[in-house]
Design a protein around this ligand. Structure first.
Ligand code: URA
Length: 236
């Protein structure tokens, strides 16, 4: 790769400004100053220094959403060798990506996957958790008084949860579908909320993270986030 292109790919300067650094004698390749703009480097084996500092290419940031199917875990590698979400991202698997937060083995739906550690940290930090919306199927109707208790925030792990939003979407036979928005990410939170009022969640799917919606994304497939979606998450 041409030396000026390499310096630019390390986020040091534009290609043109990189040329200036080279002609100014500020660039060394394998400890030798180079001033020839035609210099090519081997980006895997050569060491390039600019003003005495070793430089490295900036990894391209990747942001995708996967419609996670049931039966896989949200880790990069599972110690029990179960399927992971990484098994669904094809050629992106080798790009050092990781899931943002977790969905249970049996929960399906929207999971963000990225290599942007700052954004992931921000979105999952307890002081700043982004709202997450689920569809939960429950056997039997949850009485209004119990819904009010859940909306108000129950105590989990010795701490009171913040408020949540819950509304009935539909019911057929004795199966009730609720849309639930929570503002924390406690382990099995939605399951445990319904358990606390004596109800079992028999199906759980995450349909939105903040304003990002799963929409019609086919189960087990992923799509890149739009620039607007990435910007929205970064501002969160
Ligand atoms: N709540 C749960 O119970 N499970 C999940 O996977 C996510 C939220």
């Amino acid at each position: 790769m041409r030396i000026n292109k390499y310096i630019a790919s390390c986020g040091i300067a534009s290609r043109r400004a990189s040329e200036q650094l080279i002609t100014d004698g500020k660039v060394k390749v394998n400890n030798k100053t180079v001033t020839d703009l035609a210099t090519s480097i081997d980006e895997y084996n050569d060491t390039v220094m600019v003003e005495g500092q070793k430089i490295q290419p900036v990894a391209r940031q990747i942001y995708i959403m996967l419609n996670k199917p049931k039966g896989c875990v949200c880790t990069v590698k599972d110690d029990k060798d179960r399927k992971t979400v990484m098994d669904y991202i094809g050629e992106l698997k080798d790009k050092r990506l990781f899931p943002v937060g977790r969905l249970d083995y049996d929960t399906e739906g929207l999971i963000l996957i990225t290599n942007d550690g700052d954004l992931s940290h921000k979105l999952t930090h307890p002081s700043n958790e982004i709202p997450k919306t689920y569809v939960a199927k429950v056997q039997g109707e949850v009485p209004q008084s119990d819904l009010a208790t859940l909306r108000n925030g129950i105590v989990l792990d010795g701490k009171k949860l913040g408020r949540s939003k819950i509304k009935l979407i539909e019911n057929a036979d004795d199966i009730y579908r609720y849309e639930v928005t929570i503002f924390e990410g406690k382990n099995r939170q939605v399951h445990r909320m319904f358990e606390s009022v004596g109800k079992e969640v028999i199906f759980l799917k995450r349909v939105a993270v903040g304003e990002l919606r799963l929409g019609g994304l086919t189960r087990g497939t992923y799509r890149y986030l739009t620039d607007g979606e990435v910007e929205y998450l970064k501002k969160y």
